[in-house]
Write a protein that binds this ligand. Structure first.
Ligand SMILES: *Cc1c(COP(=O)(O)O)cnc(C)c1O
Length: 409
């Protein structure tokens, strides 16, 4: 057992000796996607900042309905761009859910913000708007809402609070591509939307990649410079093509250093092709999760997040909650059995961020999140990928039922 777990930090990836484990990727590339990458390798002279970037951004804006879209090298850096555009200065407070992947918070901490941890809503497990309201002070500058697990946050309520208090809203959509509320795509409610094309996400541009969506034209004008070392294309007439110099540094935003967050042409070409079939993948993943929920509907110890009417929750992770308090057992007892006796690798994600020494030492160890504290230690995720057969879902649900029966004995 300890042998198998050694060096296996994330819990992802196939592991020999298990009946069902969690793959590192949701689905393989199609031949058309592979051809798009090879075409850029063979035939395109400039490997970055070209027409495939422009096309991918246009396609992504069309897919989401965003006003502007900017492709970047990963979602963490999309969040960094958003932090810069929010104008975060040392001492500003930013409200961020404590239940999320660490990258939702790190760019804001780096920008000097004091992180105020938001609690989750007990039904949806996303940030609770009423808790946001309670935590707003005169120093609050922005709210980061994370559509975690693929579930949209309550954006109408959050936007109403933000407007009332004049706050910026950043949407972390890293797990929520194609998630919508009444047809409106996440990432288009707030000021900024941050998307990930990391290898484990629903769509991946060769392992890394991201997108920033921006609502206002003024913000959009600043992004290319901040993204590319302060350089922009020449948009003024020049007498001589070499004047003033190649790589014009024309970023004009006061008090912030620029970055290089660019993504290459092959990744962009791939992204455009992937977007065309994305809907089919998310539909399938949703149907699989519905089936799993149905198979476990008669197990009172297991619960899933409740999906409000009109919400398209894209089920990026198959997270559930175990309540074994009636017979004195907890999540860890259940996962021990699932792993050792039934050969199902389950994982737990995401550890409340204030519990990590990294955040504590950087001044973000304070918290007031009673719902998360009650809920988290009994939550877990079972394996998921796109194309799970009913048989696999039945192995998972059947094993959970048997393991719970074992625990009751
Ligand atoms: C994956 C993820 C990120 C970071 O995405 P990268 O593209 O790997 O930088 C941020 N937030 C959440 C919620 C994520 O799941």
């Amino acid at each position: 057992m300890s042998q198998i777990m050694k060096g296996d930090a994330s819990g992802r990836g196939a592991v020999a000796g298990y009946r069902v484990s969690i793959p590192a990727r949701q689905h393989p590339y199609t031949e058309e996607e592979i051809a798009a990458v090879v075409n850029v390798m063979r035939n395109v002279e400039g490997q970055t900042q070209g027409s495939y970037l422009a096309q991918f951004q246009e396609d992504f804006a069309a897919f989401t309905g965003a006003g502007h879209a900017f492709a970047v090298d990963n979602a963490t850096n999309a969040l960094s761009l958003a932090a810069t555009l929010c104008g975060i200065r040392p001492g500003d407070e930013v409200i961020i859910p404590a239940y999320t992947f660490c990258a939702s918070a790190i760019p804001f901490g780096k920008a000097g913000a004091r992180i105020v941890w938001g609690d989750i809503h007990p039904d949806t497990w996303t940030i609770d708007p009423e808790d946001i309201r309670r935590k707003i002070t005169g120093k609050t500058r922005a709210i980061v809402c994370v559509h975690l697990l693929g579930m949209p946050c309550d954006m109408p309520a959050i936007m109403a609070i933000a407007r009332e208090h004049g706050l910026k809203v950043v949407e972390d959509c890293a797990q929520a591509l194609d998630a919508r509320i009444n047809g409106q795509h996440v990432g288009t409610f707030g000021d900024y939307g941050c998307f990930s094309f990391h290898g484990a996400k629903t769509m991946t541009t060769l392992g890394e990649g991201g997108m920033l969506t921006v609502r206002s034209d003024e913000d959009a004008a600043l992004v290319p410079g901040i993204r590319h070392n302060g350089c922009c294309g020449f948009d003024f007439p020049r007498d001589r093509y070499w004047s003033p110099a190649m790589s014009n540094v024309d970023m004009d935003i006061e008090g912030f250093w620029p970055n290089n967050f660019c993504i290459g042409e092959a990744q962009c070409a791939l992204g455009s092709v992937e977007l065309r079939s994305l809907r089919g993948y998310t539909d399938r993943i949703i149907a699989q999760n519905d089936r799993l929920r149905q198979l476990l509907a008669d197990v009172p110890e297991i619960s899933f997040n409740k999906i409000p009417d009109g919400y398209r929750h894209v089920r990026h992770q198959y997270v559930q909650h175990f309540d074994g308090s009636a017979f004195g057992k907890n999540r860890d007892d259940l996962l021990d059995l699932l792993t050792e006796k039934y050969g199902i690798r389950s994982i737990v994600q995401y550890y409340p961020l204030y519990r990590y020494p990294l955040f504590q030492k950087l001044g973000a160890g304070e918290f007031d999140c009673p719902v998360l504290e009650r809920w988290w230690d009994n939550s877990f995720s079972v394996p998921m990928w796109c194309g799970m057969e009913d048989e696999v879902l039945e192995i998972i649900s059947g094993s959970i039922k048997s393991a719970i029966a074992d625990l009751k004995r």
